[in-house]
Design a protein around this ligand. Structure first.
Ligand code: ATP
Ligand code: MG
Length: 140
């Protein structure tokens, strides 16, 4: 089994879509192994999106991701990383395939419902960003 990280983003929380999104992921065979609701500080959001620091949308992305609570979720499944990318859909909900989470719940290229790790290596790093080693071991 592989693990990946999703973040239920502030737009989904505001629209009260968190339950629907978790149900959608469970129907896709993902096991919810650890879950944390929190509000990111500016410093945490800046650090999480460090790779995008030079992008024109960085400041807006940090403002959006700190605008309300999020839920970070450790998910497990076979091929969890690529499968989550598939069920999540394209970054811009307008380009996301019908039935994907972003097509169903996203409202713009920025407010796109959820995050999904883009590689096993980044999944590992991102899981450790939100969860302690003990929490991840206990989840197994
Ligand atoms: P994520 O990393 O959230 O799973 P992704 O891998 O599809 O999404 P990235 O290119 O890593 O997309 O961008 C990270 C996030 O930055 C996007 O999910 C979106 O919220 C925001 N973003 C990306 N491109 C733009 C853009 N052109 N304008 C505004 N926001 C953007
Ligand atoms: Mg990404």
């Amino acid at each position: 089994m592989q693990r990946t990280l999703t973040i239920i983003k502030p737009d989904s929380m505001e629209a009260q879509n968190a339950g629907n999104i978790l149900a959608h992921l469970e129907k896709e065979g993902f096991q919810i192994q650890a879950l944390k609701r929190m509000r990111l500080s500016e410093a945490q959001a800046q650090k999480f999106y460090e790779v995008h620091r030079e992008r024109p949308f960085y400041d807006s992305l940090v403002a959006y991701m700190t605008s309300g609570p999020i839920i970070a979720v450790a998910l497990a499944r076979e091929n969890a990383v690529p499968h989550l990318r598939e069920v999540m859909g394209a970054t811009d909900p307008a380009n996301a395939e019908d039935g994907t989470i972003r097509a169903l719940y996203g409202s713009s290229i920025e407010r796109n419902a959820i995050h999904g790790s883009d590689s096993p290596e980044n999944a590992r790093k991102e899981l450790h960003f939100f969860f302690s080693r003990a929490e991840l071991i206990a989840a197994e």
